[in-house]
Design a binder for this molecule. Sequence first.
Ligand code: PEP
Ligand code: MG
Length: 592
Amino acid sequence: MPPLEEIHWQGLGVSEGIVIGRVLRMHSGTRYVYRARIDEADIERELRRFRAAVRLGARQLQKIKERAEVQLGKDHAYIFDAHLLLLEDKKLIRDVEAYIVEERANAEWALKVVGDQLLSVYSEIKDEYLRERGSDIDDVVQRLLVALSGERPPHRNLSHDAVIVSQDLLPSAVAELDLNFARAIATDAGGWTSHTAIIARALGIPAVVGLRDFYRRARTGDSIIIDSSNNEVILNPSPATTEHYRHEADRLSQRGRTEALAERGPARTTDGIEIILRANVELPTEFAGVTRYGAMGIGLYRSEFLLSPRAGLITEDQQYAAYADVARVAGEAGAIVRLFDLGGERNPESWDGQQNPALGLRAIRFGLRQQEVMREQMRAILRAAAEGKLDIVLPMVTDVDDVRRARAILQEEEAGLQQRSVPFGRVRVGAMIEIPAAVLTADKIARVVDFFELGTNDLVQYTLAVDRGNDQVAEWFRTLHPAVLQEIEHSLRAAREAGIQAIVCGEMASTPAYAVLLAGFGATDLSMTPASIPRVRHALNNIDSNAAREICLDCLQCEAAEEVETLVRKRFLAKWPQVFSVRNLPASRKRQ
Ligand code: PEP
Ligand code: MG
């Protein structure tokens, strides 16, 4: 038989590492459901059947949750609390029952219709994290459909080299597996914040998601390689490819062992410039990574992730406990809590009537309008600052006015706490520099804040007028656009001249090649996804900041993003071939 063709697929690597193994295909569990019209006399029986399925589903979920607590730890088992809550959701249950009665429909069909309605609400949500929470609904609906069919959910024991390949891995399906043996995960659906990604990172196994049509091509037992740092999976690799990856995997695990565990503290370029590496954190699941990867504290805590779409805002005391936790995890280097970057699609009240949420009542604007929300959050942070080192950063600042207004409110809250003898700590106040207007007035803003945080994700979005979540215009989302680079240069210079700290915390800082450019622009403080720290540290430890500076100056002379990208590729390969290869440099995106 001729050897099978080696096929390469691109997706999104969401959990680091290389694995060579064999495919275990898992159907996502989606079932086809048909409508049956039932007699009036059978309605009661149908309702009983549905309620029994809900009870069975709840018992199964309870067991899964207990199993997940052992395998994944308590932090991750919370996913199944969300599922259990859905089963307790009176409205969902009532809606299905009402559909059965009014439409004389079978329970399966009623469940599907109500589930689809709820899912369509979620699929409209622009925010990726919240949108992907729709998979909870899908998971629960699929579980109830299996329960209604009288089948038992499959329980699988995995072979020692199983790479799970699925269309979309539902969290409860993952928890039902014997995770001790799952080596890696590859799915057609999913993004950075999908549950698959969260669980894979928690388990420390590599995962590539967003592979679109890969599931259809893979067969259980096929050889497969997962290479998440290159966002790639390879099906039926040739012996030469397998050998190459075996070597790479050994090198990585060797490097991972030394880098992740031995290296702490700042990176140091070959000419002796120290660069601080901090962690960006959204969820408690990422806390462990802060110490594991040797981050110097938390450079950006995206506090809006505390809020669930269903429950909305949480109380001051709950926030206080969460911020005290963040301070504890961050340790001596401290944590910077960003005030809620709320509004737009994350907050239905303000969403109403906002044609263009990204330009609307978002972030600090939302806080200044809904002052009670901002005051409550400030009180919680101030109180938690008595327990550890915390600072505040204001999101989406346009000019000094935004800062002055927020600072005045903070002062009032400090005075209030003092008056009531509530213990609190002093915090520094910084501004996110992520809007072109803030860049252009950075010298003025620098006089009224203690530090800057450069949010390059929004800076690219607002400078290039490209929606960061719209894949139709992804081709225009060019981090290395000369306009963006000029803004970075300008903002960092303004901070230097004013003698204040500047942290770069957008995704740019998480990418080794971009981090080197940032060092060339004079950045000495970066905050990133914890798992990226070893790679960024490795790159920075092996480059000379003067050489990086020269490349940056040449980039500033370029006319367009394509020219910068080509220049960076050429110069990095020539200068630092031991650190960079074509695979970890910006790819050409020349239009065909
Ligand atoms: C940014 O805009 O670069 C940033 C760090 O914040 P967020 O991605 O949360 O908008
Ligand atoms: Mg931002």
